[in-house]
Design a protein around this ligand. Structure first.
Ligand SMILES: C[S@@+](CC[C@H](N)C(=O)[O-])C[C@H]1O[C@@H](n2cnc3c(N)ncnc32)[C@H](O)[C@@H]1O
Length: 222
């Protein structure tokens, strides 16, 4: 049976103005976080979009990994990039398509057959390096991303600023339903640097913004 797409359901309901309940994230330490669904839908207030666009050349082949409702992908496409937007959430992709994205892929990024590229830039925003799940899994995850890059391609991602590696199990709760637990990672720059080096990648800090750091990861030329 297909796994429930509670994120997509909540995004679609909020988009129609019919959110049925708060969308909540349970953490395995007992903390419950209410996700601001409307903020995930907002296009004009995406903190990172302008910065991302400024770092990607017009015409670049971009893969937005975990695109959600497509805010960053749309900003890039509107500035002349050729964007493929990939996500596991059908509901999120339906919104991205409706908003005008032309190339969407419904898949997990870990699937090597999906969106093989090559791409000039991979973008992972909204702490999407967290998809790796654990620090131990991060080098392999970075390798899976890098396998889609053109020779001079790079990965742009936002990075945790609190200085600590954090791993947690999470699950989403919406409208009386709940997903299975899934692992998520928050990785600071130094740990990302080490994990990248293990995968033959070089990591550098390219921007410090009001909301966090942006790292660039590329093949280690040395
Ligand atoms: C924190 S949200 C960020 C969404 C968007 N980038 C933003 O900043 O608004 C994480 C997104 O990644 C997607 N996602 C989670 N695991 C994934 C995977 N293994 N492969 C592809 N997408 C995934 C989720 O469905 C969700 O849309």
């Amino acid at each position: 049976m297909a796994e429930a797409d509670l994120l997509g359901d909540a995004l679609l309901d909020a988009w129609r103005g019919e959110l049925r309940s708060p969308l909540q994230l349970d953490r395995d330490d007992g903390r419950v976080i209410t996700i601001e669904v409307e903020r995930w839908l907002a296009l004009d207030v995406r903190e990172g979009a302008a910065l991302i666009v400024s770092r990607v050349a017009a015409g670049a082949r971009v893969l937005d990994v975990g695109c959600g409702a497509g805010a960053q992908a749309l900003a890039l496409e509107q500035c002349g990039s050729r964007v493929t937007a990939l996500d596991v959430s059908r509901g999120a992709l339906a919104i991205a398509l409706h908003r005008g994205l032309r190339r969407v892929v419904h898949a997990a990024i870990e699937d090597p057959r999906a969106a093989r590229g090559p791409f000039d830039v991979l973008t992972l925003f909204g702490n999407n390096l967290g998809i790796a799940g654990t620090l131990a899994a991060l080098p392999r995850f970075l390798g899976c991303l890098a396998s889609r890059l053109a020779a001079s391609g790079r990965i742009l991602a936002d990075v945790s600023t609190d200085g600590n590696v954090r791993e947690a199990l999470l699950r989403l709760r919406y409208d009386g339903r709940v997903t299975p637990w899934f692992p998520w990672l928050w990785v600071p720059l130094d740990a990302l640097h080490k994990a990248g080096a293990n995968a033959g990648l070089r990591t550098s800090l390219v921007a410090t913004t009001a909301y966090g750091y942006v790292a660039e990861i590329s093949r280690d030329a040395a």
